[in-house]
Design a protein around this ligand. Structure first.
Ligand SMILES: [Zn+2]
Length: 313
């Protein structure tokens, strides 16, 4: 499946801090260069258009979305591994199988050499990747919008108290300063390739959880930091013209369902805004309300397949 694109999606969104946000910089050098800045600093980068700015790394966003998606999958009793368990089937057995398949592979013989690995791993690894398998989902870094660049970089310092791990109380004399982002808007996009509808739905459900405050970003979440408002302002889906309605990869290319162990077949939604795109059909939702409605429809259609996936190996 990795050799061809059957469908792809892009979710464009803006994140706005509702409570202060700290995305920690691991860069000790920055601390030495700027001793006036707080102990826990926001991560910064030099962005061609803007110069130095605070930002939210895509890898961090992906981590948050993945762990929330895992919690949802576990609640639905769908297959989901513990990514910290390096002995799990998703990691050890799937990596071994992947190596074996890569070694024994004659070029052009099997158009889907990695299908058995995809079939073996859990639903989180299928969506967000693992040591054995590339991710279907990618996250761009989130940068302030041009109009909110100054506001986003007008950070504030908050003081905190270190907690003594032994006593559970405050460590004496260990006050520290945190630098937090208190305003502005960060723009990013999430992309999926060769996805099933449940995978797009899962990302949409997690984004709604972030918007509702059930999922927070960055550090010091238990101190109330990191609540973000999410505005999805555009969703774009391209797909091959096998179906006139929006469908996942199993619907658009039924021959792949068996080898890859896909969940959905013949699940489509009648989507507004269908037009012509580079793969055949293109569906576009614009504006927050329309995007929300579109993602809700996708979730309604795809969720029963996730629920019925429990116990499916
Ligand atoms: Zn897994």
């Amino acid at each position: 499946m990795h050799k061809l694109t059957i469908n792809r999606a892009r979710i464009d969104l803006r994140l706005r801090p509702v409570t202060p946000l700290l995305v920690k910089s691991g860069d000790k050098g920055a601390q030495l260069l700027h001793p006036e800045r707080p102990d826990l600093m926001c991560v910064r980068t030099r962005h061609g258009r803007y110069g130095e700015t605070v930002y939210i790394p895509g890898a961090g966003l992906k981590g948050v979305v993945r762990s929330s998606a895992e919690r949802i999958l576990r609640s639905l009793e769908a297959r989901c591994c513990d990514p910290m368990d390096h002995k799990s089937e998703c990691h050890e057995a799937a990596s071994k199988l992947g190596d074996q398949l890569a070694r024994g592979r004659s070029p052009d013989a099997d158009p889907h050499p990695m299908a058995p690995v995809y079939k073996m791993v859990c639903l989180a690894c299928r969506t967000f990747g693992s040591q054995a398998l590339a991710s279907r989902t990618s996250f761009e870094d989130a940068y302030p919008t041009t109009t909110t660049l100054e506001r986003a970089n007008a950070t504030e310092a908050r003081s905190g108290v270190s907690i003594d791990r032994q006593t559970g109380g405050p460590s004496r004399g260990k006050l520290f300063e945190m630098e937090v982002v208190v305003g502005g808007e960060f723009e990013t996009s999430i992309q999926l390739a060769n996805f099933e509808l449940w995978q797009l739905a899962l990302v949409g459900v997690v984004l709604a959880d972030v918007d509702e405050g059930f999922v927070r970003l960055g550090s010091a979440k238990s101190r109330g930091l990191g609540r973000m408002a999410v505005e999805i302002h555009r969703v774009l889906v391209d797909q091959v013209p096998t179906s006139d309605e929006l469908g996942g990869v199993a619907t658009l290319h039924p021959g792949l369902a068996g080898p890859y162990g896909l969940l959905e077949q013949s699940a489509t939604i009648v989507a507004e805004g269908r037009g012509v795109g580079p793969l055949g059909h293109r569906f576009v939702w614009e504006g927050a309300d329309s995007c929300r409605r579109g993602l809700d429809r996708i979730t309604e259609t795809a969720w029963p397949f996730l629920r019925s996936s429990r116990g499916v190996a």
